[in-house]
Design a protein around this ligand. Structure first.
Ligand SMILES: Nc1ncnc2c1ncn2[C@@H]1O[C@H](COP(=O)(O)OP(=O)(O)OP(=O)(O)O)[C@@H](O)[C@H]1O
Ligand SMILES: [Mg+2]
Length: 432
């Protein structure tokens, strides 16, 4: 079983990095990578070329059987390539001892892949122990890793995998993959087996972790929304791992390379784009406000004489409380308790535009209050602002994608020219 051999094959290390420092990501280059399984006529992966930057999170998406897992497992040589090369941080690792390679590359898979007969602590300790870390260091590393993935070490380290929920198992799987502090992390549908809410949490946690750790992560998924949420870049793969498009989520959403990619993006690309922008990136406007401690007369004056026919009433902590229109106060006979409409939804500056749109659409006046860290009012986003922002975003994306394509074409032309020049140049051995 290739998966089971991840931690078990490692040998004692000559160097033992301290667990307190963190190794950041390495570059990965795949060069003409091909895999032909014996007994199958067509290659499962054919001539893949890809450069992944250090600290980048790259997502592979593509239909079932297109070669995602095979490509990924060739990176740590759980599957040996038939031909081609893999470089990690410029070191050609295609020929090195696979055990040494796997120390550079952590691996987490669907349904966690934990060893059922080992406790959480033993699972996490596997690779650090095998590469010769001291007992004390392994122990503190276990605690550090559990803390990192949001599990209480005291409570969880003695448990067996079957005594954990699916999401908790998944976290331990990630902790184990990170335990030996590898620069590269491979994740094959790691959140595929959990419910959508847990999955959402785990995704958020991965984003937070990556913010701290800056590993190079290759992440496989079937789910395009997951790819958009997590990926710095997405590789959309077709059969034999042929790259249909390899670009930022924004570029793929707004400028899919062909029908295959469009099909994968699915309906609602513009809506998906809203997930990539935060409320803080759009214009937040001021709205007339008053607080419940203001005298009623002040409110009357504001609504009667002011330029506005609506105010946002804030509570004692300046949190949005009620929308109050001219007329509301009259109808409620001057009673603030009865007047106006309660604010039922607010968004923070970190919310996505999709969240904001959801709130705006369910508000009968088409706007939502934006709040700060303690729930205090900071402004309002309305439908018009949202629409303008989205249109502007899409336009910018389109221009950027076009520029990007030009740059790629030029680069390719340049490369072809160089290859042609190289082919016609006289080599020393031709002269002898
Ligand atoms: N050990 C094997 N021997 C022969 N063929 C294999 C082997 N493993 C995978 N394949 C074939 O290689 C192709 C790519 O498989 P791979 O597992 O890489 O696909 P995948 O993109 O990860 O699919 P999924 O999304 O279903 O996980 C498939 O056609 C598969 O049947
Ligand atoms: Mg797979």
């Amino acid at each position: 079983m290739p998966e089971a051999s991840t931690p078990s094959g490692a040998a004692p290390a000559h160097t033992t990095p301290p667990s307190t420092t963190t190794t950041t990501g390495a570059t990965i280059a795949l060069e003409d990578l091909t895999k032909r399984y014996s007994g199958t006529p067509a290659p499962a992966v054919e001539n893949v070329n890809m450069d992944i930057k250090a600290g980048e999170l790259v997502v592979f998406v593509g239909p079932s059987g297109c070669g995602k897992t095979t490509t990924m497992k060739m990176i740590n040589r759980l599957i040996e390539p038939t031909s081609g090369r893999i470089r990690i941080d410029d070191e050609d690792v295609t020929g090195i001892d696979p055990v040494r390679l796997r120390r550079k590359v952590g691996y987490a898979i669907q349904s966690s892949g934990l060893f059922p007969h080992m406790t959480v602590a033993q699972n996490i300790a596997l690779v650090p122990k095998l590469i010769g870390w001291s007992k004390a260091k392994v122990k503190s590393r276990i605690e550090e890793m559990l803390d990192l993935v949001g599990l209480d070490a005291g409570e969880f380290q003695g448990r067996y995998p079957r005594q954990l929920s699916g999401g908790q198992q998944q976290r331990v799987g990630v902790a184990r993959a990170l335990a030996a502090d590898p620069p590269v992390l491979l994740m094959d549908e790691p959140f595929g087996a959990v419910d959508p809410i847990t999955r959402d949490h785990l995704q958020d946690e991965l984003i937070r972790l990556q913010h701290e750790l800056h590993k190079t992560i290759v992440f496989v998924t079937h789910d395009f929304d997951e790819a958009i949420k997590l990926g710095d870049r997405i590789a959309v793969l077709r059969e034999r791992s042929h790259i249909a498009q390899f670009d930022t989520p924004e570029a793929i959403l707004t400028n899919p390379a062909d029908d295959f990619v469009s099909g994968f993006v699915g309906a609602g690309a513009a809506l998906k784009r809203l997930n990539l922008t935060r409320v803080r990136d759009v214009e937040i406007v001021d709205f007339p406000t008053a607080t419940i401690d203001d005298p009623l007369q002040y409110l009357f004056d504001m609504l009667r004489h002011g330029s506005t026919n609506e105010v946002l009433l804030l509570d004692r902590y300046r949190r949005p409380y009620k929308w109050l229109r001219r007329g509301d106060l009259m109808r409620a006979k001057g009673s603030l308790a009865r007047a106006g409409t309660l604010v039922h939804d607010t968004v923070t500056r970190d919310a996505t535009l999709r969240d904001a749109l959801e709130a705006v659409l369910t508000d009968n006046a088409g706007r939502v209050a934006v709040t700060g860290r303690r729930g205090e009012y900071t402004g309002v986003v309305d439908m018009e602002t949202l629409m303008n922002s989205v249109q502007q975003l899409l336009e910018e994306d389109r221009l950027e994608a076009v520029e990007h394509q030009h740059a790629l074409l030029e680069q390719r032309a340049h490369q072809t020219r160089r290859e042609q020049e190289g082919a016609t140049a006289v080599r020393p051995e031709d002269l002898s």
